[in-house]
Design a protein around this ligand. Structure first.
Ligand SMILES: Nc1nc2c(c(=O)[nH]1)N[C@H]1C(S)=C(S)[C@@H](COP(=O)(O)OP(=O)(O)OC[C@H]3O[C@@H](n4cnc5c(=O)[nH]c(N)nc54)[C@H](O)[C@@H]3O)O[C@H]1N2
Ligand SMILES: Nc1nc2c(c(=O)[nH]1)N[C@H]1C(S)=C(S)[C@@H](COP(=O)(O)OP(=O)(O)OC[C@H]3O[C@@H](n4cnc5c(=O)[nH]c(N)nc54)[C@H](O)[C@@H]3O)O[C@H]1N2
Ligand code: SF4
Ligand SMILES: [Mo]
Length: 742
């Protein structure tokens, strides 16, 4: 075919969707080098053709004219186009002296959500952090799932050992604070989550949804429990209390794998249904029925997400979720909650005691917040920058992160970034509320030009499988692959500026092989690292590293296998994995870990506190949104995807609010003016405002989003409300004051 024909010919390419955790396989239509359409890949081994409106808009997301096409560098105060060399030269020139003078902790690193959706985000930040050795690490986890990591760390000895509900086989799903019909699921990677819930009901199973809003998921349920926000830990403790009292616990074979059962029984004694009913606003009788239903089901899974995590008792709630899975015998059994085993997980070591999980090994400088999983609370980023003193964060590396909108008190962070930083670099495709403060912006290419593998989500998938998508179209002139951006950034900040970026991958490969050949359980045990490195296939560092991880993994797979099977390799349903997953010091699941026991008095006090009479706020997601960055896509913005304050009719009448009218909403962090939407989809006493809006800052370059900016809900917070064990911001269930605007 001649070059001219190639430029206009239409073809298709497969690509796993990076826009949410469901990881659907897409078939892209490509004209020349431009993606013009996307549909579900029916032959995908995992998603079987499922797709949602976001995946269907892949072409529009990919070719958004507001995406940056090359690096920007601040010159005389304004961001201007520059070459890649100028950009990295400046990073090296500014960062190295800062690190040498003030030490590694003076460099803050902020990692945002899309890092779990890119190969670069999985492969390079760990290298950056190990070379920088900074303790100033802040990620989206502390506005999201850190309570789950802490709970798993304490229970199982491994913060990444997260059981997922066996959606395809369970008889009973108790789902709290999650709305997979709009989010498509989280920490439970399941393309067509909605279809799986419908199939559960069709096969006679039961779905119970606990949510203060009557969500699209709640509408599917056998039972919807409109709980008062922030009280799920009380409800779950009461469920455990009933199971113990009515002798409905049945850990079965788990009994040998667990210690502390009797202690948990004692710990939940005070949380009777009658004691928690008023706080949760769930009748005691209903709580007993929920407990009995859970116990009676042949198999069952309890699953909680964002609404059970970004709350006052986030870690306790996440701990109780797995306590219930354990005492009903549902952990680690088909139909219950199982630990996935991904193709790139290190090949399992033999079972036995591990190192355990330590919390609070250091504390944040200003607020004294304990670290969790090596991270400090994202809510504390602004104070770490703007509070003078030794150890202050003076430079920031933000990768795929928009904390000005996603973390509490965006205005303070906005000021901190513009007035108190000596230097900032953003790796981001957009000039948005956060990246506009950077001195250097390094834009990755659009997804069609990037390879894709789900290192993160395969570890939380309801079925073991592996799919690799090479770039669908070649890298445009002037673009740099995101992996190369990360590698060059690592070299620039770690004193190796100018070295070949493949040096970073070679270093990782050499380290991994040296370690593996010495480990008796490794499939590469006893090999020669140099020969093994030379045998890796793949075009470039990321592919070679993927090949290596597959070879070190549990399935006897290599990169060639994934290339030969473009619709994916199915690795079967989840299987029991205990006791091998346990890495606690005892080698058992430790059911009542010390830090949890120490936090329980705080929960007990909540029994006596009378629920406040005023309103509390919760968030919500829309199927056509994704946190802060998809509002710039015309077909995904507008319609019912709007930044409105949902208010129950009774509250609206009491407060004089009208549908379509305005309201002023305030809390400790500030106040906002919002349009009101009166709807009984929220329960009385609760208002709902979505996050990721507030696109009205000068200097951003997102024209579509700016036309309907909405308001930043996180401006209502001042950053002081945190779940103490995990440092996770309380984004749901905090008190607000709402008045009409006439
Ligand atoms: N009130 C409230 N606040 C919340 C939440 C809530 O429910 N309520 N949810 C929280 C949750 S769960 C999360 S995960 C956080 C998310 O918080 P963040 O991670 O800070 O925000 P995102 O909007 O996901 O996007 C981060 C950035 O990634 C960029 N980006 C997109 N694609 C790529 C890419 O391929 N490469 C790179 N390098 N960058 C890319 C986008 O342009 C954007 O600037 O928000 C949290 N904030
Ligand atoms: N369309 C779309 N999909 C997304 C995203 C998106 O922004 N848009 N974001 C992605 C990300 S980063 C994540 S982390 C996932 C999150 O996925 P999910 O966890 O499913 O998140 P949400 O849809 O926010 O659902 C949280 C639910 O918790 C409820 N809730 C609030 N407070 C409480 C409470 O105290 N108790 C209980 N029981 N419920 C409560 C809310 O009403 C809401 O319905 O979604 C991902 N997928
Ligand atoms: S459900 Fe998620 S992964 Fe699937 S098409 Fe939609 S956005 Fe993409
Ligand atoms: Mo998230």
């Amino acid at each position: 075919m001649s070059g001219h024909d190639e430029a206009t010919a239409s073809r298709t390419a497969l690509r796993v969707c990076p826009l949410c955790e469901a990881t659907c396989g897409l078939t892209l239509t490509i004209e020349g080098t431009k993606v013009t359409g996307a549909r579900g890949d029916r032959d995908d081994v995992f998603s079987h053709g499922f797709i949602c409106p976001k995946g269907a808009s892949f072409a529009e997301v990919d070719s958004d004219p507001d995406r940056l096409t090359g690096p920007l560098v601040r010159k005389n105060g304004t961001l201007q186009e520059a070459t890649w060399s100028e950009a990295f030269d400046l990073v090296a020139a500014r960062m190295r002296p800062l690190i040498e003078e003030y030490g590694p902790h003076s460099v803050g690193v902020v990692l945002g959500n899309p890092n779990v959706h890119t190969m670069a985000g999985a492969l390079y930040p760990p290298v950056l952090l190990s070379l920088l050795r900074t303790r100033s690490l802040f990620t989206a986890s502390t506005v999201d799932q850190m309570p789950k990591h802490v709970s798993s760390g304490l229970l199982f000895g491994d913060p990444l050992a997260i059981p997922v509900p066996d959606l395809d086989r369970t008889d009973h799903l108790l789902l709290l604070g999650a709305n997979p019909l709009d989010s498509n699921g989280s920490l439970c990677t399941a393309p067509d989550f909605p279809g799986k819930l419908k199939a559960l009901r069709r096969r006679g199973g039961t779905l119970v949804v606990v949510d203060p809003r009557r969500t699209r998921t709640a509408k599917l349920a056998d039972r919807h429990v409109p709980i008062r926000p922030g009280t799920d830990a009380l409800l779950l403790a009461a469920l455990a209390r009933v199971l113990f009292e009515e002798k409905l616990t049945d850990p079965g074979v788990l009994a040998e794998q667990v210690e502390g059962l009797a202690e948990v029984r004692e710990a939940v004694r005070d949380f009777t249904p009658e004691a928690v009913a008023a706080a949760c606003d769930v009748p005691a009788d209903e709580i007993r029925l929920l407990a009995r239903g859970l116990a009676a089901a042949p198999t069952a899974a309890v699953y909680g997400r964002v609404g059970s995590s970004t709350v006052e008792f986030g870690t306790l709630t996440n701990w109780l979720v797995d306590v219930l899975n354990i005492i009903t015998g549902n952990l680690d059994r088909p139909g219950g909650a199982l630990f996935p085993l991904s193709a790139t997980a290190p090949s399992p070591r033999s079972a036995g005691p591990g190192k355990g999980f330590a919390l609070g090994r250091w504390k944040s400088r200003v607020g004294g917040h304990p670290e969790a999983k090596g991270e400090l609370p994202l809510a504390a980023l602004a104070e770490e920058i703007d509070t003078p003193g030794e150890g202050r964060v003076r430079a920031l590396i933000a990768i795929a992160a928009n904390p000005v909108l996603s973390a509490p008190d965006g205005l303070r962070l906005d000021r901190a970034l513009s007035e108190h930083l000596d230097f900032m670099v953003s790796v981001d495709p957009y000039l948005n509320e956060t990246s506009l403060h950077a001195d250097v912006v390094l834009p990755p290419p659009p997804p069609s030009q990037s390879a894709h593998f789900d290192f993160a989500f395969n570890a939380f998938a309801v079925r073991n499988q592996a799919r690799y998508s090479p770039p669908a179209v070649p890298l445009e002139d002037g673009r740099m692959d995101e992996s190369e951006i990360h590698a060059r950034l690592i070299l620039a900040v770690s004193g190796m500026h100018g070295a070949d970026p493949s040096a970073v991958d070679d270093l990782v490969i050499e380290r991994a092989l040296t370690k593996a050949v010495a480990e008796p359980h490794s499939p590469l045990h006893g090999g020669d690292p140099e020969h093994l490195a030379a045998a890796l296939t793949g075009r470039g560092g990321p592919e070679r590293r993927l090949d290596l991880m597959l070879r070190l993994g549990p399935y006897d797979l290599v990169l060639e296998d994934l290339l030969a099977n473009p619709h994916g390799v199915d690795l079967g349903p989840l299987k029991p994995r205990l006791p091998q997953v346990l890495k606690t010091r005892s080698g058992k699941a430790e059911l009542l870990p010390g830090p949890i026991a120490a936090d329980l008095p705080r929960l007990r006090r909540a029994l006596d506190e009378r629920p406040a009479a005023g309103l509390v706020l919760v968030g919500r997601r829309h199927l056509r949104s994704n946190n802060s960055w998809l509002h710039n896509i015309p077909s995904l913005n507008g319609g019912s995807n709007r930044c409105t304050l949902q208010v129950h009719p009774d509250d609206a009448a009491r407060l004089g609010l009208t549908d379509g009218g305005g309201a002023r909403i305030s809390a400790e962090g500030g106040e906002l003016e919002v349009p009101v939407e009166v709807t009984d989809a929220v329960r009385a006493g609760v208002v709902s405002l979505p996050h990721g809006w507030g696109h009205d800052r000068a200097g951003a370059r997102m024209a579509v989003a700016a036309a309907t900016p909405g308001v930043n809900v996180n401006q209502l917070l001042d950053g002081s409300r945190l779940d103490p064990l995990s440092g996770t911001a309380v984004l749901n269930g905090f008190p607000v004051n709402v008045t009409p605007i006439s």
